[in-house]
Design a protein around this ligand. Structure first.
Ligand code: NAI
Length: 724
């Protein structure tokens, strides 16, 4: 019998065995090799000592109950060993089944997060009680990493909740529930308020059900709500694939499709066969590129970014007590809310008290909505609002230890507002600008302490968007960078760090995506196909509608200013085929975008978007203009990827993790790619494949697709763009 190293066996005099999950080598319990061996050892011992065991309680000595699959292992899985490692009759699946069919009551006493493999372990128990704490989260989020739960998660949720609820509430969205909502949705049986109550309830179940069985092991069991073989269910089934397709908009995410197939096929066969089906669909996902991309980005890169890989070391962390937000417009109002929500005192300043109060009213609106949905309490709302002081008086900014400026995008105005307050705020206050395009080094000339001046680029809507791009100006000091980083983490957002340049990383790169879409319209390609190509590539926003939102005049203004600056410095500014389309839309047709009443789309009097403007087909159509759909998608993806590489070459970007996370969270680069650099690394044929494809696009669509020397060199050396 092998030994259990990560699961402690504690048996009391009444015969109840508590299995304490406690990996000695890690801060959280995961499904690593030691756990697998331990689970087998525990199952062996339970079977051997069956007669002296009255019941079993799984619980954990860690803060989380169980963290799930070990992503380091999963990202490295190759087709060669996947089959053998994950097929049924093997490892965890088999051992959980042995424990579940032992004929003794087994309870999961969930004392913290039980996500993924953690919840799958709990699903194999006859009874699930969860401690109601802030840290308790329950669900199967595998889909968000391009995977499916393969330790019986699909098989058991379908049998517990029925196919429809299993898919919609648990499997397809990967929702993470708190204890109360997990109870409401049938994921667990009971909630406990204290650790003592958790144990009591677990023991009470064992006392009351000495011969517990899973519902699906009881004779005559039927899947709740029926199976697809049942005529009533069959009538609804066709809607599932159709809805899924609509939801994904054609984007290449394989996990939802495999989850659906595993659930439906597995519901029509016995438990063991269903586990085999689940395993097969999992193996297909785990050996595919998309899950590797998503694990890299959403786990490893995100962890690197948030843990401060780009923060200067050796500078003590600081927290902000009181922040001045200058400008209470769309961005300032959102920034004020996010800061106040994190417990920071906010002085919100605008040109008049009325304007500042309007900015505060934005928080009131958000909180009213949160209150009506049960996401906050009246007391929390009142406390948050009390932290925001609207004002028009610069003197009210006394004592602020950070300033975030969000007035109109105008250098002279930004200089003026900083001059007005720089001697009123704390003498060492951190000075931040939320400019979306203006170089930070230039803005810093307007303040006396350029070393303390930095860019803090938020995204709209601020309360929802998780990313903040931190921009280091030419004179920004490391201390300011560290403080800006800490401030972004304090308000629970994700910071990426870039060096100064016009448009920084995000605004600059997203411009290439938009330009490519607009250029295709200019080539006479059907505008609806352009929109569809963006959606199917996995972009969350369609390209022409995004251009309308931004207004065509703003990027045009930036383009013209940049061209003048480049030419004044003796450089040349390459024409982009989108330029002429934008100029005609604005000058000839008077269609500057949504706020101007019309752009690529038509808008109703209420501002609601209607159809694409019919004039596009009239003015930009060329007979027979059509290009392969794949080219349309890859022109957008490559345009962004190639400019990101230029950002590295120019020193704007220095971190691959920052580039990947910034592209997904900031500018909607498709999540299935794992981010813009992972897209290059994971491209079919690796870097040589990417370079070859760029050359094809270059030959067909123009010099802007030429791969840079750096890419070509690395491809020739057989390297990836990055090893991260
Ligand atoms: P906005 O027009 O909604 O708000 C600007 C506010 O600044 C107005 O309330 C105005 O009254 C106020 N203001 C003007 N002069 C002032 C002064 N002397 N003192 C105090 N307040 C003054 O503009 P929005 O969209 O909020 O943008 C603000 C900044 O954020 C700009 O630099 C913009 O480029 C940047 N930004 C905008 C994003 C967006 O999606 N709109 C995204 C990221 C950055």
């Amino acid at each position: 019998m092998s030994e259990s190293t990560t699961i402690r066996w504690e048996q009391d005099e009444t015969g109840v065995v508590t299995l304490v999950l406690d990996d000695p080598d890690q801060s959280a319990n995961t499904m690593n090799a030691a756990f697998k061996a331990s689970l087998t050892a525990v199952a062996d011992r339970l079977e051997a000592e069956r007669d002296t065991v009255r019941g079993v309680i799984f619980t954990s000595a860690k803060k989380t109950f169980f963290a799930g699959g070990d992503l380091r292992d999963l990202i490295a899985v190759t087709p060669e060993h996947a089959q053998q490692a994950f097929e049924t009759g093997q490892g965890i699946k088999r051992d959980l089944r042995r424990i579940e069919t032992l004929g003794k009551p087994v309870v999961a006493a969930i004392n913290g997060a039980a996500l993924g493999g953690g919840y799958e372990l709990a699903l194999a128990c006859h009874h699930r009680v969860a401690l109601d704490t802030r840290a308790t989260r329950i669900g199967l989020p595998e889909v968000t990493l391009g995977l499916l739960p393969a330790a019986g998660g699909v098989v058991r949720t379908v049998r517990l909740l029925g196919i429809a609820d299993a898919l919609l509430k648990v499997l397809l969205q990967g929702t993470r529930y708190n204890a109360a909502r997990a109870l409401e949705n049938g994921l667990i049986h009971e909630v406990a308020a204290t650790p003592e109550e958790l144990t009591e309830k677990a023991r009470a179940f064992i006392d009351a059900h000495p011969e517990a069985q899973q519902p699906w092991d009881v004779k005559g069991y039927r899947i709740p709500g029926g199976t697809p073989a049942h005529p009533k269910f069959a009538a609804n089934l066709p809607a599932f694939p159709a809805n899924l397709k609509k939801q994904l908009n054609g984007a290449p995410y394989p996990a939802p499709r495999n989850i659906l197939a595993a659930a439906v096929e597995g519901s029509q066969v016995d438990f063991e066969t269903a586990q085999t089906i689940e395993a097969r669909y999992f193996v297909e996902l785990v050996t595919g590129q998309v899950s590797k991309n998503m694990i890299q980005a959403f786990f490893f890169d995100l962890q690197a970014v948030n843990s401060g890989a780009s923060r200067p070391k050796d500078i003590a962390p600081r927290t902000v007590e009181k922040v001045a937000v200058l400008g209470a417009g769309m961005m300032g109002a959102g920034i004020a809310y996010s800061c106040a929500r994190a417990g920071i005192e906010v002085v919100l300043k605008d040109v008049s008290l009325t304007a500042a109060e309007k900015g505060k009213a934005y928080s009131e609106g958000l909180l009213a909505k949160a209150l009506s949905r049960g996401r906050t309490t009246e007391a929390e709302r009142d406390e948050l609002l009390a932290r925001i002081t609207p004002t028009a008086d610069p003197q009210d900014l006394a004592g602020c230890d950070a300033v975030i400026e969000a007035v109109f995008e105008d250098t002279a105005l930004k200089h003026k507002v900083f001059q007005e307050i720089q001697h009123i705020v704390a003498p060492d206050a951190l000075l931040c600008s939320n400019t979306s395009t203006l170089p930070i080094t230039g803005l810093a000339t307007g303040v006396e302490r350029a070393a303390d001046f930095i860019g803090l680029h938020f995204f709209s809507p601020v309360d929802k968007m998780p990313l903040v791009e931190i921009i280091k100006g030419g004179k920004t000091g490391d201390e300011a960078l560290a403080r800006a980083f800490d401030l972004v983490r304090q308000i629970r957002k994700t910071p990426i760090v870039v060096n100064d340049s016009r448009g920084f990383f995000t605004s600059r790169v997203i411009g290439h995506f938009i330009n490519e879409g607009v250029a295709m319209v200019g080539e006479g390609i059907e505008p609806a196909s352009v929109e569809q190509a963006a959606a199917q590539a996995g972009y969350p926003a369609k390209v022409l509608s995004l251009m309308d939102e931004l207004t065509l005049t703003l990027p045009r203004k930036i383009r013209d200013e940049t061209r003048r600056a480049v030419e004044a410095a003796g450089g040349t500014w390459p024409e982009h085929p989108a330029d002429a389309v934008i100029d005609r839309m604005v000058d000839e047709f008077g269609r500057p975008g949504r706020s101007g009443g019309g752009g690529f789309y038509e808008y109703g009097d209420d501002g609601k978007r209607g159809g694409l403007w019919p004039g596009l087909r009239e003015h930009f159509t060329k007979a027979g203009a059509a290009i392969p759909f794949r080219d349309m998608q890859e022109r957008m993806l490559f345009a962004e990827a190639l400019d990101t590489v230029r950002c590295f070459e120019e020193g704007v970007l220095t971190s691959v993790a920052d580039a990947n996370i910034g592209s997904i969270l900031g500018i909607g680069f498709p999540g299935w790619t794992g981010g813009v650099i992972q897209y290059i690394n994971g491209y079919e044929g690796g870097l040589p494949g990417f370079v070859a494809r760029a050359r094809e696009l270059q030959a067909a669509y123009g010099e802007r697709f030429a791969p840079s020397a750096l890419l070509v060199e690395k491809a020739e050396r057989g390297e990836k763009f990055s090893d991260a």
